[in-house]
Design a protein around this ligand. Sequence first.
Ligand code: ATP
Ligand code: MG
Length: 202
Amino acid sequence: MNKKIGIMGGTFNPIHIGHLLAASSALETFELDEVMFIPNNIPPHRRNEEFLVSGELRYQMVSLAIESNPQFSVSREEIDRKEVSFTSDTVTRLKEKMPDVDFTFITGMDSLMKNKWYKLDNLLEMLERFVAVTRPGFSPGEFEAARKELCLENDNKISMMEMPAVGVSSTMIRERIRSGKSVRYMIPEKVESFILEHHLYK
Ligand code: ATP
Ligand code: MG
């Protein structure tokens, strides 16, 4: 049987418990062998509106967050490229490197609906499945509508997965840090210490 790897893409600015719980829920639900976190390059239009935190620092925070879980890994696949990567190009490269792996792409319902997915049908063809995990603020009805609206040939590969609701976002974490509020229990302790040490999001 082929190895089954989940791919969790995101900006992870910073990584928080919502990301970690989404990954471990998908691991359990789909009996994956491993979940690989792939921090992306922040698109140029987002660099001004947000606190600029380099790919390297976001990568290090993901590494700290996952180090105690042998089934989690982190990849430099996107941050080592200068440009902004499309998921379909990233998965094409992963498939070239690991042809015998079945990949499950894990994303939040908000990203499925709001992002413009470049060559989504093409991406679905390469994947075993594409999972949209539930996130507070997004209903299962909206998911069905979004899936229909995409009008894809391979839309049978898109499924929804329920996970325990976590109403935490990276935006919330950045805002809380900026205004001096606690982020304890929202992000792993080691990530919190790293942020303090590097004076991020201030
Ligand atoms: P930001 O507020 O900066 O957009 P974010 O919390 O949405 O940050 P991202 O790095 O954008 O984090 O998200 C990476 C992936 O994780 C996305 O697919 C997103 O939908 C999903 N995700 C993030 N937070 C949660 C959460 N609390 N529950 C479920 N999925 C989540
Ligand atoms: Mg987001």
